[in-house]
Write a protein that binds this ligand. Structure first.
Ligand code: NAD
Length: 227
């Protein structure tokens, strides 16, 4: 049954429209998204044994301006050292802590079709802190998917497995007509974060955060610039 309208649902609308509470401060959702970009850039720098980075260098790497970088990071405290820049390793650790990815998050995917299989076959999410080790489908055609051998469960086991394995985040790649029913079930099982690839809005209670990914919309907005 559709729940009340959820103010936590989010897609690519302007950042000013989406504010998230973090302690007693309001952080624009777009800033939270950029933290992931900073973390990735810092990871690459660390891999290349770079120990410090300036806001200008970080901005150049990500196609932003340095004032934006300093403003974003200032939301979370005083990271930079004047005349030195940001300590790469320390900043990466702090940002991962802020994002909550300094621990492993258990992720399940529901709908092991064309898109679902492609996502399950990508091994890189684990490196970013996401343990994508559970998949569900209404029809189990393959017992496991990909080199990581992610097991596929029948959807009838959903609630039981979600509770037992402490699954916190669910990716939806089911047909549109199944999306709401599955969303209701995962929320009922205690999940409060959904990444929805299905081109359909889902209704969830206010405590549940839903993010939408739609490549067609992204391509459409790019096509505007091709005119
Ligand atoms: P698909 O038909 O190949 O896969 C859907 C899978 O869901 C099938 O394996 C099916 O058995 C399973 N399924 C159906 N009902 C289910 C239920 N009640 N519980 C569990 N599993 C169920 O489809 P696809 O091409 O992989 O697309 C999947 C979804 O992703 C669609 O909604 C599609 O529109 C969407 N999609 C989104 C994007 C995007 O950019 N966001 C891109 C491609 C596809």
């Amino acid at each position: 049954m559709p729940g009340p309208k959820n103010p936590n649902s989010e897609d690519s609308t302007p950042e000013s429209e989406h504010q998230e509470l973090s302690g007693d401060r309001k952080i624009p959702a777009a800033v939270i998204k950029r933290l992931s970009l900073y973390t990735r850039a810092l990871q690459n720098l660390e891999r290349n044994k770079v120990e410090k980075v300036s806001s200008t260098e970080l901005a150049k790497e990500l196609g932003l301006n340095s004032a934006q970088v300093r403003k974003d990071l200032a939301y979370f405290g005083q990271f930079g050292v004047p005349g030195f820049g940001y300590p790469v390793g320390e900043l990466r650790k702090k940002l991962k802590h802020i994002l909550g990815t300094d621990r492993k998050i258990n992720v399940a995917l529901i709908g092991v079709g064309h898109l679902g299989k492609a996502l399950l076959s990508y091994g890189g999410f684990n490196r970013q802190g996401f343990r994508m080790r559970w998949a569900f489908d209404i029809e189990v055609r393959d017992k496991t998917i990909g080199a990581e051998k992610v097991p596929v469960y029948n959807i009838s086991e959903l609630e039981q497995v979600v509770r037992r394995e402490n699954i916190e985040l669910v990716i939806l790649t089911v047909p549109a007509e199944a999306a709401q029913g599955i969303a209701d079930r995962v929320v009922g099982a205690g999940v409060s974060a959904i990444l929805n690839f299905v081109p359909k809005r889902i209704q969830t209670p206010p405590h549940v955060k839903v993010h939408y990914v739609d490549l067609a919309i992204e391509m459409e907005s790019l096509s505007f610039y091709l005119r």
